[in-house]
Design a protein around this ligand. Structure first.
Ligand SMILES: C[S@@+](CC[C@H](N)C(=O)[O-])C[C@H]1O[C@@H](n2cnc3c(N)ncnc32)[C@H](O)[C@@H]1O
Length: 308
């Protein structure tokens, strides 16, 4: 059994151990980071079955303009959240699956703790928010889903207003319930990446964040990118799977590329941002591949930029 060290966890975040805050270090120390790379035979069979699922389109696919899946899924979270009178555990999205094989530094591994990915994500997201979002007055999460990040942001930064936007009404209702049931400074609003609301304006010193949401736009992210450039928030942060950053000559990466294509997840955005940077329209501040993720792909790559 190998143990993912604090240095390695920091490197996955894109920092070093000495720059982690005390609370992150304590949270890391409290979790079990034991894992084992798969043996060749099991690795082969898992990769083959993954490729078969991809070939047979057995993965959930982005269906442009169809939000029924999200209405149903977040509707269940909303019901559970309201029935529990505001228990934040009811917001844990079902797509972080306990006990699954995960990808780590380009390999497939089995973790000792079934909640390895969820533990990692909880510590990572808190660290990311603290490091990158502390200095903004207002934070907007676009595609906020179950509201899990909105709730965390509202707990971490009680002085800020945290907006949660999504095209699925139950998501908006969850963010509103965070305010009415838990007294958080949250505000829900309806928003569609494909048809951004032109009347929308960012207050000064606003930060935007997306977490596994732009992935859902396939090749139709242009309307939202144009919107961000026109409306000019102070900074935009994406935590998303990034197609362009996998290595197609590595087998495990190749499966992620194929899964990404089969699911019609977003592609082309980082390349467009680089073009816009060359044209002097945006500044890119951070591009960090995750090197960590679920069996299917690396969902936690970081891309941070601002309109000029
Ligand atoms: C994988 S979930 C991520 C949710 C949340 N950010 C999280 O980290 O748990 C993707 C979210 O994007 C939203 N979404 C997908 N397409 C959208 C669109 N065109 N406009 C607005 N939201 C969209 C979905 O409703 C869903 O809430």
């Amino acid at each position: 059994m190998q143990i993912l060290s604090t240095d390695e966890i920091a490197a996955l975040f894109g920092t070093t151990k000495d720059r982690l805050d005390k609370e992150s270090l304590a949270h890391i120390a409290a979790c079990d980071w034991g894992y084992e790379p798969l043996k060749q035979k099991e690795r082969d069979s898992i990769i083959i079955s993954l490729l078969e699922r991809i070939e047979n389109r057995k993965l959930t696919i982005v269906a442009n303009e169809d939000k029924s899946r999200w209405d149903t899924g977040w509707g269940e979270n909303l019901k559970a959240f309201q029935a529990s009178n505001g228990d934040l555990d009811a917001l844990i999205p079902k797509y972080i699956r306990p006990g699954e094989i995960i990808r780590l530094n380009g390999e497939l591994v089995r973790s000792r703790d079934p909640n390895f990915e969820l533990n990692w994500f909880k510590i990572f997201s808190r660290w990311f928010f603290l490091t990158h979002l502390s200095s903004y007055d207002t934070i907007f999460e676009f595609g906020c889903g179950s509201g899990i990040n909105v709730a965390k942001l509202a707990e971490m930064f009680p002085e800020k207003v945290i907006y949660g936007l999504d095209w699925a009404q139950p998501s908006v209702d969850i963010v509103e319930s965070l305010r009415t049931l838990r007294g958080m400074r949250t505000q829900g609003a309806s928003f569609d990446f494909f048809h951004p609301d032109e009347k929308f304006e960012f207050p000064p010193n606003s930060a935007v964040i997306t977490v596994g949401a732009m992935e859902q736009t396939g090749t139709s992210w242009q309307a939202f990118l144009d919107f961000l450039i026109r409306k000019g928030p102070a900074r935009v942060h994406h935590i998303e799977p990034i197609f362009e950053w996998y290595d197609p000559t590595e087998l495990v990466d190749y499966t992620a590329l194929k899964a990404h294509e089969a699911r019609n997840f977003w592609r082309g955005y980082p390349t467009r941002l680089l073009e816009l940077e060359q044209a002097g329209e945006v500044a890119i501040h951070n591009s960090k591949r995750a090197h960590f993720g679920s069996l299917v792909l690396e969902g936690y790559s970081q891309l941070i930029w601002s309109p000029i």
